[in-house]
Design a binder for this molecule. Structure first.
Ligand code: CO
Length: 135
């Protein structure tokens, strides 16, 4: 599938206001962007470690995907996002290998990325995002 690196880790938090100070004051990272992604019912905050980002996800709706995740599992790692050169090609390859897809085609995510998710049923329970810069 030609993964190039871990683009980001998505971490579900109850409150960005509580989480960001931990990442900044304890881990010494810098939050460089906060963005609401209405379609996914989340507010996101981004920090960078080398070339990998940490994407903190606060739900804006209990019925949204992150709201439901926190209700079921509590705060914690929500997904891993791999960079690929071509999301659609990677999706097609995954599907041809029997992987269940959440997204059949890439859609817009935070930071202008084109993103798509593989279903955790097919990925040893790790929600897996494939992404590349948007055009
Ligand atoms: Co993500």
């Amino acid at each position: 599938m030609n993964l190039t690196h871990i683009e980001h880790l998505g971490i579900a938090v109850k409150s960005l206001e509580t989480a960001i100070p931990y990442y900044e004051s304890v881990l010494g990272l810098k939050c460089y962007a906060v963005e609401e992604v209405a379609e996914q019912k989340v507010k996101t905050a981004f920090l960078k470690v080398g070339q990998t980002k940490i994407e903190l996800l606060e739900s804006t709706d209990p019925e949204g995907p992150v709201g439901k995740f926190i209700e079921k599992k509590g705060e914690g790692i929500h997904h891993i996002a791999f960079a690929v050169p071509d999301v659609q090609a990677a999706l097609d390859e995954a599907e041809s290998k029997g992987v269940k897809l959440i997204d059949k085609a890439p859609r817009g995510g935070a930071e202008g990325l084109n993103i798509a998710f593989l279903h955790p049923k097919s990925t040893c329970s790790v929600l897996t995002e494939l992404c590349m810069p948007g055009k």
